[in-house]
Design a protein around this ligand. Structure first.
Ligand SMILES: Nc1ncnc2c1ncn2[C@@H]1O[C@H](COP(=O)(O)OP(=O)(O)OP(=O)(O)O)[C@@H](O)[C@H]1O
Length: 462
C-alpha cells in the first residue's frame, strides 16, 4: 500500500491582506518539507509534508512533485486523483488552472494544462504496440447537483457504481482529445461554464467543486485488448467562515452547501484514518456527491495527491491551521493502486447500448410534439419489449437507492451516538457537581444540628 502524497502551498500575501491586516505571517519556513506555524492558543506547531511550496515556488515544481507520477501512471493504465483543498482565495484554482488556459505565459501555467501536455508527450514518445486515445469529461458539483460542463442541459447527472469500473457518471459528455492545443481550447470552453461569483475574499471565487476526468485508453492491436487509466483532478470549492466573509443570500446558501460537503470529506478522511482497519465498517461516502465521486480515490485502488493551499496571513491563521490539520490527517490514508482489468465484451456492449439509448431518446423526444406524450410512452415500451432499447435495470437502481438510504441512516445514527456521548459526559459532570453540593449541604446541616445540640446542653447546664 502506498501512502497519499500531501503537499502544502502558501501563496504570496495578497494586496488586500497587506492593506487591511499588515504583513504579519503565520508561518516560519524551516526547509522544503517542514515549517512552524504560530498558533495563538498552542504556541508554535510544526508541520511536515512531502513537499512545501512557499510563495516563490514555481508552478512547474508543483506539477513535477504532485502530478507527474500520476500522469505516468494514467498512461500505464493506473488510476490517480489530484485534489486542491483550502480556504476560499487560498490559491486552489491558481494551482490547478493557472491565471488562464489559452493566454497564459509558460511559467504560470497551472497543473491541468501541464497534465494535458505531459499526457501527449508521453503518448507520443511511447514505443509499444498500443494505440492510445484520450477523452475528457468535466463536471461541477454545484448545490449538491452534478452538472456537465460540456452540456449544460445535463444538470443532474447520476453517480453509479460498476463492479468492474468503479464509480461512473451516467451519460456524462466525454470529448475525445486528439492533440494538446485543441485540448486546451476544449478545457477552456468547459471552464467558462463553471459557476463563479465575487466574494469578499476572492474577486473570482469558484462556487462549486470542479472535477476534470481524463480517460486514457490503450488498445493492443494484436488481441484487441484494452487497458484504461483514469486521471481525475478536483479543484474543490473553498471553505469559508460565513460570519467572517459576510456572505448573504445566494452566496450564503452556496457557502453553506460547500462547507457541508467539505465536512463530509473530512468525515470520510477521519473514518479512514481513525478507525482501526479491523473495525472498518461504515465509511460515509454516500453522504455527499463529492465523497461519492471520490470514493475510488479515497482509500481505493487509486494513487492520490493532495495540495493544501493556504494564505500565509496572520488574519487567516485559523483557516490555515484547519487546512493543515486536514492535510496532516490525509497523510495517513492508504491507497492501493492497481491496473484496471482489460475491458471485457460486456462493458463494450453496455457502452454501445447506452449510445443507442441516447439516440432513441432523442428521436422519442422529437416525436412528442407530433404524437403526444402518451403515444410516445407506448412507443418506448414497444422499443424496450423488442430489445431495441435497454430497460435500465430497476433492480440495480433500487439497490443503489437502498444503499444510499442505509448509509445516510447509519451516518445520522453515528452522529446521534456522538451527541448522546457528549450529553452523557455533561450529565455525569452535572451529577458530580450536584453530589458535591449535596455532600456540602449535608455537612453544613450536620454541623448546624451539632451546634444546636451544644447550645441546648449548655443552656441546660447553666
Ligand atoms: N501562488 C500564487 N502566486 C501568485 N498569485 C496567486 C497564487 N495563488 C493564488 N494567487 C492569486 O490569489 C487569488 C485567489 O486565488 P484562487 O482564485 O486560486 O483562490 P481559490 O482558492 O481557488 O479560491 P476560491 O475557493 O474562492 O475559488 C487570485 O487572484 C490568484 O491569482
Amino acid at each position: 500500500m502506498s501512502k497519499v502524497t500531501v503537499c502544502a502551498r502558501f501563496r504570496p500575501l495578497s494586496s488586500s491582506e497587506i492593506r487591511d491586516h499588515g504583513s504579519c505571517v503565520s508561518i516560519h519556513r524551516i526547509d522544503d518539507e517542514s515549517f512552524n506555524f504560530k498558533d495563538e492558543k498552542d504556541g508554535d506547531l510544526s508541520f511536515s509534508f512531502d513537499k512545501v511550496f512557499y510563495e516563490d515556488s514555481a508552478q512547474a515544481s508543483v506539477y513535477e512533485v504532485l502530478a507527474l507520477p500520476i500522469v505516468q501512471d494514467a498512461v500505464s493504465g493506473l488510476n490517480g486523483t489530484i485534489l486542491s483543498y483550502g480556504q476560499t482565495g487560498a490559491g486552489k484554482t491558481f494551482s490547478m488552472e493557472g491565471p488562464g488556459i489559452i493566454k497564459c505565459d509558460a511559467e504560470r501555467k497551472g497543473l491541468i494544462p501541464r497534465v494535458i501536455e505531459g499526457l501527449f508527450e508521453m503518448i507520443n514518445a511511447s514505443q509499444g504496440e498500443a494505440v492510445y486515445s484520450v477523452k475528457l469529461a468535466m463536471v461541477e458539483i454545484y448545490m449538491e447537483k452534478v452538472r456537465d460542463l460540456f452540456d449544460l442541459s445535463k444538470d443532474n447527472i447520476q453517480i453509479k457504481e460498476s463492479k468492474s469500473q468503479g464509480i461512473l457518471l451516467s451519460g456524462v459528455t466525454e470529448i475525445p482529445l486528439l492533440e494538446a492545443s485543441e485540448a486546451m481550447q476544449i478545457l477552456s470552453n468547459g471552464i467558462l461554464n463553471r459557476a463563479v461569483g465575487e466574494t469578499q475574499m476572492n474577486a473570482s471565487s469558484s462556487r462549486s467543486h470542479c472535477v476534470y476526468i481524463f480517460t486514457v485508453q490503450q488498445e493492443f492491436s494484436a488481441d484487441k485488448r484494452t487497458k484504461t487509466g483514469k486521471l481525475i483532478l478536483v479543484d474543490l470549492a473553498g471553505s469559508e467562515k460565513v460570519g467572517k466573509t459576510g456572505a448573504e443570500g445566494k452566496l450564503l446558501e452556496e457557502a453553506k452547501t460547500i462547507n457541508k460537503s467539505l465536512s463530509s470529506l473530512g468525515n470520510v478522511v477521519n473514518a479512514l484514518t481513525c478507525t482501526p482497519q479491523s473495525k472498518l465498517t461504515h465509511i460515509p461516502y454516500r453522504d455527499s456527491k463529492l465523497t461519492r465521486i471520490l470514493q475510488d480515490a479515497l482509500g481505493g485502488n487509486c494513487r492520490m495527491a493532495l495540495l493544501c493551499c493556504c494564505s500565509p496571513s496572520l488574519f487567516n491563521a485559523s483557516e490555515t491551521l484547519s487546512t493543515l490539520r486536514f492535510g496532516a490527517r490525509a497523510q495517513h490514508i492508504k491507497a492501493t493502486p492497481c491496473v484496471i482489468p482489460s475491458e471485457d465484451k460486456n462493458s463494450k456492449t453496455q457502452e454501445c447500448t447506452a449510445q443507442k439509448d441516447v439516440a432513441c431518446e432523442i428521436i422519442l423526444d422529437k416525436l412528442k410534439d407530433k404524437m403526444g406524450t402518451e403515444a410516445v410512452e407506448m412507443l418506448r415500451e414497444l422499443l424496450i419489449l423488442h430489445g431495441i432499447m435497454y430497460h435500465p435495470s430497476p433492480m440495480e437502481d433500487l439497490m443503489s437507492e437502498y444503499e444510499d438510504i442505509t448509509s445516510k441512516v447509519i451516518s445520522s445514527l453515528q452522529e446521534k451516538v456522538v451527541q448522546l456521548d457528549y450529553a452523557m459526559e455533561e450529565l455525569v459532570k452535572r451529577n458530580q457537581v450536584l453530589k458535591a453540593k449535596l455532600a456540602a449541604a449535608e455537612n453544613r446541616s450536620f454541623w448546624n444540628n451539632m451546634s444546636d445540640a451544644l447550645s441546648f446542653f449548655s443552656f441546660r447546664t447553666n
